[in-house]
Design a protein around this ligand. Structure first.
Ligand code: XMP
Length: 317
């Protein structure tokens, strides 16, 4: 049986032996990176710098809220506005694996710049087992290049340390809980490092980001409300995706040619396999009406994804 306290004690000891100077940790505010940051902070304290990158592909208010939450945990947080450079590199790119590789590389370049400024030789990431397994680790086939594994460039200026590398998500949550993270953080639904960029099929331009960001916020709010009211149990992950096509609709008496938004909600243990969530139709209807009202000039249709993993994956790219 996995024992989180033993894991923490061993990891703290190992990190103290490995890291003899300043270290930079990439944090997003998600379960994995926050747990990794708090763990390393326990080991090396004020020698740790936590870098939160605003890629332009984060969810609504996410950067502000997560920076505040991470600072409350006693972490030294540096927020980097990298929106312009991510978009510059992703302009015109439609191929999913290419998008993932570009995002992985840009993350590392931002971290390298901060590491140089801070004189850090070590870079910590919250990589967990499914990230490298799906990225083609060991003898496995590559399903997708997780930004923090197969998205890494070949030449990197610092030594990478991944204290959670052998853990699955449920174990990371236990470690996070044992480290004193608030429940809303260790129970938070996963959000991929490449962010909304992999929830926009095709070119992830700022206009499409605005649409999918709003749609994602509506899906999260409506499902959270339904869970609070006891109408359904909380899915493992739930979000919106923007398809690369348009469909005809009607608004009032006027023809509307708009984007198609997919609502995706899944049940899973570790993200390696998943079943689509049986979200009540009444909740789906509220989501659909709210998305098409709030985004009436942009979205003409909302559909619900009933694909399990396999054969689908949880995200769309
Ligand atoms: P898929 O789409 O492969 O996703 O079924 C499995 C789980 O992993 C998350 N995911 C990622 N997480 N970097 C991450 O940190 C990534 O590049 C990445 N891609 C997918 C996804 O949200 C799901 O929880």
């Amino acid at each position: 049986m996995f024992n989180s306290q033993n894991f923490i004690d061993n990891a703290v000891k190992e990190i103290r032996e490995q890291v003899d100077g300043i270290a930079v940790v990439g944090v997003s505010g998600g379960v994995d990176s926050t747990t990794a940051a708090v763990l390393v902070n326990k080991a090396i304290g004020d020698r740790l710098r936590c870098v939160l990158v605003d890629t332009g592909y984060m969810r609504k208010n996410e950067i502000e809220n997560n920076a505040q939450m991470l600072r409350k945990l006693g972490l030294n947080v540096i927020v980097v506005d990298a929106k312009a450079r991510f978009w510059e590199k992703l302009k015109g790119v439609v191929e999913p694996e290419k998008k993932r590789k570009i995002i992985g590389e840009q993350f590392i370049r931002v971290f390298e710049e901060i590491a140089r400024k801070e004189n850090a030789k070590y870079f910590i990431q919250g990589t967990i087992a499914p990230d490298w397994i799906e990225s083609g680790g060991g003898l496995r086939d590559r399903i997708k290049s997780h930004h923090n594994v197969a998205g890494l460039p070949e030449k990197i200026e610092f030594k990478i340390i991944e204290p959670l590398r052998d853990l699955y998500k449920d174990e990371v949550r236990l470690v996070g809980k044992a480290l004193g993270l608030p429940e809303e953080v260790y129970e938070r639904q996963p959000f991929p490092g490449p962010g909304l960029a992999v929830r926009i099929l095709g070119e992830a331009d700022p206009e499409k980001v605005r649409i999918v960001r709003e749609a994602c916020a509506i899906v999260e709010e409506e499902i959270d409300n339904a869970v609070k009211k006891g109408e359904m149990s909380k899915p493992w992950q739930y979000f919106a995706v923007l398809l690369p096509c348009k469909a005809v609709g009607v608004h009032g008496d006027v023809r509307a040619y708009g984007h198609v938004v997919v609502v995706r909600a899944v049940e899973s243990m570790d993200g390696m396999s998943a079943a689509y969530s049986k979200v009540p139709h009444s909740v789906l209807e509220r989501i659909s009406v709210r998305i098409t009202n709030t985004l009436k000039d942009d979205v003409s249709r909302v559909v619900f994804d009933i694909t399990n993993k396999p054969p689908g994956t949880i995200e769309y790219e």
